[in-house]
Design a protein around this ligand. Structure first.
Ligand SMILES: Cc1ncc(COP(=O)(O)O)c(C=O)c1O
Length: 418
């Protein structure tokens, strides 16, 4: 608390009396400074789809460490990762590396503005694309405004940015289409999480957004920082079968190290090529650690494991068992709840209303949710504030322990919030 504002890093905070300092982590488990063990569903906020300290990742990193840690030039692992992303991800004809997901969506949007020679961005209410100024618009408005007006989620964002961002309702195709039809002449891009936070796309929604953006040549950007290499080897665009023009990747692709990427159509990506420097077409993008060889080696090792036969079937099976176990525990306890999401990423909402868009989440009992999260920590299960991530390292023992813990934690949460 003395040296860090609020005593935290910013993205995650447990209730103060339950906060702990991590000593180490292996597989699906964390150990805190006092030696207490937790089953981990935070998983570094998603990158660790293989679990902590996976031997293949550790070996790849150790090997690369001996060859140097960063070059600010092309290296073998970086080039191999670029090739692998272009093979795997349907829309990625080329990629450019960055270091964080926030940078990837920020540069994706700059790239689209350069391609379209327009400024405005359309994003969806409740959609999160990192913490830059364009992203932090109507991610979590407490009192949502009428569409398409944005609400900034942070202090310190220049007022002018609000004029450049339009907000649309996720899973409402007719309203979204109408907005794009009305504004397409000024739109640089439509950016979306194809699986928004915990909300799967309604049938036909992604296809509809794809069709209207294509009709007006407005680049469609999928933020696949959560879904990339997690929902399928080709990400949500493979899983849901809708291919955007540009993709932002992060988390899994860096194997637990700081690495992200923008990928996309060659005619859009060409704006990043240095032969355009000095022309009005050129998009400036660089970073000291971009394409870092250790991160690339970790990413490649992770993808190598994910390519093994049955990896996704196993990930989905584990996720489904924990997710269904949570839903069943709520039903048994007679607690009105929705377990939203897909097997590899899900969350419980204490409401009887189906979670189909951001506004539906506002109806959920946040106090009960906080009490549930807290009851889990007390019983040795940690999750992020707003989701469970599962990994290939979660085995039978963790699944059973978690499902048993759900019943007790739901009971405790209900008692605490009667
Ligand atoms: C969908 C999505 N986009 C962007 C980001 C930002 O990524 P980073 O935290 O690496 O900046 C996140 C992070 O959780 C995310 O979930």
């Amino acid at each position: 608390m003395r040296v860090l504002p609020g005593g935290v890093l910013g993205g995650y905070y447990a209730p103060q009396e339950l906060a702990f300092i991590v000593r180490e982590a292996r597989g699906p488990r964390l150990v805190d400074f006092s030696g207490r063990e937790y089953v981990d569903y935070i998983l570094g906020s998603g990158p660790l789809v293989l679990g902590h300290a996976h031997p293949a990742v550790v070996a790849a990193v150790e090997e690369q460490l001996r060859k140097g840690t960063t070059y600010f030039q092309l290296s073998e692992p970086t080039l191999a990762l670029a090739e692998e992303i272009c093979r795997a991800v349907p829309c990625a004809e080329q990629v450019r590396f960055c270091s964080t997901g926030t940078e990837a969506t920020f540069f994706a949007l700059r790239l689209c503005r350069a391609y379209r020679k327009k400024d405005k961005i359309l994003k969806f209410e409740g959609g999160f694309h990192g913490t830059h100024d364009y992203s932090l618009m109507s991610v979590g408005p407490r009192a949502p405004k009428a569409f398409p007006a944005p609400t900034p989620d942070s202090a310190g964002i220049p007022h002018a940015i609000q004029d450049e961002v339009l907000i649309a309702p996720f899973n409402d195709l007719s309203e979204t289409e109408a907005m794009i039809e009305a504004h397409h002449q000024n739109l640089a891009a439509v950016i979306m999480e194809p699986f928004q936070r915990l909300i799967p796309p309604a049938e036909g929604f992604l296809e509809g957004v794809r069709a209207v953006t294509r009709r007006h040549d407005v680049p469609l950007v999928f933020d696949e920082i959560v879904t990339g290499f997690r929902f399928a080897y080709g990400g949500a665009q493979e899983y849901y079968g809708v291919v955007p023009d540009v993709v932002a990747l992060g988390k899994v692709v860096g194997g637990g190290f700081p690495l992200s990427a923008v990928g996309g159509r060659r005619d859009i990506m060409r704006h990043l090529a240095p032969d355009l420097d000095g022309t009005p077409e050129f998009v400036a993008q660089a970073g000291t650690l971009n394409g870092n060889p250790i991160a690339a080696a970790a990413g490649l090792a992770t993808l190598g494991e994910l390519k093994k036969p049955g990896a996704y079937a196993r990930l989905f099976d584990t996720g489904r068992r924990v997710k269904d176990g949570l839903a069943a525990a709520a039903t048994r306890a007679g607690i009105p709840a929705q377990v939203a999401g897909e097997a590899p990423v899900f969350e419980i909402y204490f409401t009887d209303r189906p979670i189909t868009d951001y506004r539906a989440t506002l109806a959920a009992d946040a106090g009960r949710h906080a009490a549930f999260t807290r009851a889990l920590i007390e019983r040795g299960v940690v999750k992020a504030a707003q989701k469970f991530y599962v990994s290939l390292a979660h085995g039978e023992r963790e699944v059973q322990h978690t499902i048993e813990t759900f019943a007790a934690a739901l009971h405790a949460a209900a008692e605490a919030t009667l």
